[in-house]
Design a protein around this ligand. Structure first.
Ligand code: PDD
Length: 284
């Protein structure tokens, strides 16, 4: 099926949506993005993604061409135009097209694109087995709190993890885990405490992370926001990742070493259940 995508105010069949070779997203990775999950044709965590989008654009001095209401309307319309039941919406805003120059152009017209990807997100075969992660050095830039499209190193890390027989990478900097290639990393200690790295420029401020901490608080699951080492992770009772399309997904092996029993942990699975329940109820 040909998707209908959004490009700067126009709705186009995907093959007809063209962006300039001078676009700074293409030349400089001068662009930010968001990924919003969709279940039953409804948007998950929309307010969180819209707020982070606003923050990323502000940090880079890019102006979103749509008002918040218009942006929500475009999200709803792309779901309906593509009859999307389950999957995700990808949104990207670049600074726009300009002759190649390291200095930002004055008054550029941003390029706003959205497209959908249909895929099952609720029914994930990896929930039953958990995923394997490989520890790799974090060689990304130092402003990971901004959701830019500079994704070459995360792609390379994912490829290296897969070459090692794992599903994904957990990145390590200065002796501590930062995050996964495209998800937040969490562990659960032997005494049942959820540990997740605190917010800083070192990690993306995950929308799912924030909701999981909120849910943990309400469910009386104690948590600590602090960095943890690869050794602490390997010796943890449970481990998991969170992201817009993985929700809460167990990690059962780190660098070939089983985490806890080597099976998805009970607290991880409980958090997944609670997260899905709450987010489906709140979907718009
Ligand atoms: N990735 N950390 C990184 C580096 C990420 O790329 C992501 C999301 C997350 C989780 O954030 P959230 O819970 O808001 O989805 C953490 C998206 C899904 C992606 O790149 O496809």
């Amino acid at each position: 099926m040909t998707r209908i995508v959004y490009l700067n105010g126009a709705w186009l069949p995907e093959a007809d949506a063209k962006v300039s070779i001078f676009d700074r997203g293409f030349l400089f990775a001068d662009a930010i993005y968001e990924v919003t999950g969709v279940v039953d044709g409804k948007l998950l965590e929309y307010a969180g993604h819209a707020a982070r989008l606003q923050r990323s654009t502000t940090e880079l001095g890019i102006t979103c061409p749509l008002t918040p209401d218009e942006l929500l309307a475009v999200h709803r319309e792309i779901v309906s135009r593509n009859a999307l039941k389950e999957g995700l919406i990808y949104l990207q805003i670049s600074r726009g097209a300009a002759d190649r120059d390291f200095a930002f152009p004055t008054n550029p017209t941003p390029t706003l694109t959205l497209f959908t990807q249909a895929k099952p997100v609720l029914d994930n075969s990896k929930v039953a087995t958990g995923i394997a992660v490989a520890l790799l050095p974090d060689q990304r830039w130092a402003r990971r709190d901004i959701k830019t499209v500079q994704l070459l190193y995360p792609s390379m890390a994912k490829m290296e993890a897969m070459r090692q027989g794992a599903d994904d990478a957990w990145l390590v900097e200065d002796g501590f885990v930062t995050e996964a290639s495209s998800a937040t990393a969490h562990i659960i200690t032997a005494n049942g405490r959820l540990v997740t790295r605190g917010l800083s420029n070192a990690i993306l401020h995950g929308i799912t992370r924030a909701s999981v901490l909120d849910i943990a608080e309400k469910a009386d699951i104690p948590y600590e926001e602090r960095a943890f080492t690869p050794d602490e992770a390997k010796n943890a009772a449970e481990a998991f990742i969170t992201s817009a399309t993985n929700f809460v997904l167990p990690v059962t092996t780190i660098d070939g070493q089983p985490v806890g029993t080597g099976k998805p942990g009970p607290l991880t699975l409980r958090l997944r259940e609670l997260y899905i329940q709450k987010k489906l109820a709140d979907a718009i």
